[in-house]
Design a protein around this ligand. Structure first.
Ligand code: SAM
Length: 294
């Protein structure tokens, strides 16, 4: 049975009385080409543990099960569980969890599998539910989940923001945050026709390779993200204005911090690269230390 065939989805709808739930972002992949792209560029090997987010009826899960040592697929929709148990019954290396990925302790799953001790890597994959793409990615990164890569389909607009370089309209807090934790690679684009039902927007697949070392040295990660958030919160303002009031700092204090960081106060956040954000945050940390501020 070709799981990705639209006729299979129809058959499943009839046999199980399955109905798509729009609010769960259910757009199932029906393009073998895109499925192959995701698989090839996830670099899954036989020793690896794959965690799949939102398996649907199992198109990616099945391919991952053929390549990996173990696959854990996390699906929130209870109606899909008996379907997945059926479509994946040939594979004894797949575990299906009926859970909300945002409430799942991914690190605990990884530790329980001991994948790394056995020489394997941890690959997170998925055609993400678009309504929670950013929360899912940020949860994995901020929780410090010990995965090696995240290869996921998402709305093109979100992918463009994640991979954006400074100076572009798409460059923002999400670009800086993800690029701080990962190197970003665009794998392929997917037109609306690659899904059933067809979504309203085009999609892209990105591979995020989680860095083993941070790309910049920070005195305070918290202050770094405070600067990024504040800077892009008011992106049309100059840095001097957008940072005034942040962490209780006066305009004069911000002026001094920007001078310490050798950053022109009339620049805007969208022109700052990762290194410059780090210099800004480090100068802010020094200033606060010298002025005994918390
Ligand atoms: N992987 C399948 C495919 O490519 O055909 C389905 C992808 S579909 C875009 C997203 C899947 O994520 C759906 O099966 C949906 O039920 C599931 N999902 C939505 N919210 C979720 C959540 N919070 N936790 C886990 N799965 C979720």
């Amino acid at each position: 049975m070709k799981l990705y065939a639209p006729s299979t989805i129809k058959e499943i709808e009839e046999r199980y009385g399955f109905r798509f739930t729009k609010s769960l972002g259910q757009n199932f992949l029906v393009s073998k080409h895109i499925i192959d792209c995701i698989m090839e560029d996830s670099f899954i090997s036989q020793e690896d543990l794959v965690i799949e987010i939102g398996p649907g009826i199992g198109v990616l899960t099945e391919e991952a099960a053929r390549r990996a040592k173990r696959v854990i697929a996390i699906e929130i929709d209870k109606a899909l569980i008996p379907i997945l148990e059926d479509t994946l019954k040939e594979y004894d290396n797949v575990t299906i969890l009926n859970q909300d990925v945002l409430k799942t302790d991914l690190e605990e799953l990884i530790q329980n599998c001991h994948a790394r001790e056995k020489g394997g890597k941890v690959r997170i994959i998925g055609n993400l539910p678009y309504y929670i793409t950013t929360p899912i990615i940020m949860k994995i990164l901020e929780d410090g989940v010990s995965a090696d890569s995240i290869t996921v389909m998402m709305q093109k607009e979100v992918a463009d923001r994640i991979k954006s370089a400074p100076g572009k309209k798409t460059y923002g807090a999400l670009s800086v945050a993800v690029q701080y934790y990962c190197t970003v690679q665009q794998i392929c684009s997917a037109p609306k026709e690659a899904f059933v039902p067809k979504p309203k927007v085009d999609s892209s697949v990105l591979r995020l390779d989680i860095r083993t070392e941070h790309p910049v040295a920070l005195k305070s990660e918290k202050l770094f993200f405070t600067c990024v958030k504040a800077g892009f919160g008011q992106r049309r303002k100059t840095l001097l204005n957008s940072l005034t009031g942040v962490a209780g700092l006066s305009k004069e204090a911000v002026r001094e911090i920007l001078k310490l960081a050798v950053i022109d106060p009339v620049r805007r956040s969208e022109t700052l690269n990762l290194q410059e954000f780090a210099e800004l945050a480090n100068a802010m940390a020094d200033y606060k230390n010298n002025h005994h501020q918390e």
